[in-house]
Write a protein that binds this ligand. Sequence first.
Ligand SMILES: [Zn+2]
Length: 232
Amino acid sequence: MELNAILAYQDVDKQLFNLEKDLAKNPYKLKCNALNQTAKDSQVKSSQLEEQAGSILSEMEELKKTISSTKKHGEELLKKDVTKLSADEISENLATKDKVLQNLSLLDKRLTKLAESINQVLAEFNKTIKNYNEAKAQYQKYKAAYDEVAKQQQPKIDALKGQLQNLAKTVPQETMEIYNKKRADKIFPVFVEVMGNNCGRCRMELSASALSKLKSEHILTCENCRSIIYSK
Ligand SMILES: [Zn+2]
């Protein structure tokens, strides 16, 4: 593979790669990424809370129905004319009434608990929405600051891209395609000279078979960092 053209291309592309790397690591950009994540997390959380609130509300509805039918049962017991009942029936009636009252008290407690939970969920929901709105507002602020930085770099980026376009014309198409694919995967430098017996990028030591392949073909993909190692 004739490498001079692509190496000249890579030299210029290095400046572009570094510019892009600096922009990606810009503190405003990092803050934007973090705020974006916060906003996304808040959205997920708020829909989870909504779901939770929905299921608590339906449990409360069910519970209210049970309470009202239990009360009805209790009232029916009270309506019975005790003068027409045997002693056994009266004591049975009293036991049932006690049971109903006990059940009612348990059901009431459960209802109070659910009411507390729904209040908690709603409070958390409001907090989550507030976090979301705050993150959105902050994001706009940092995004504007980052855009300003990016705008300042744009002429340099455009000039480098123009240079690269011209240089690309001298590179065989197949080589350019391999290069662009690696470059898109952030493997940079794409082509790297062997350093003794090591990869010139990640410094991994090459095996004997890799070295003999490099000797015969003058080119080899690093198994560790995926850069293309060449030897002159
Ligand atoms: Zn490597």
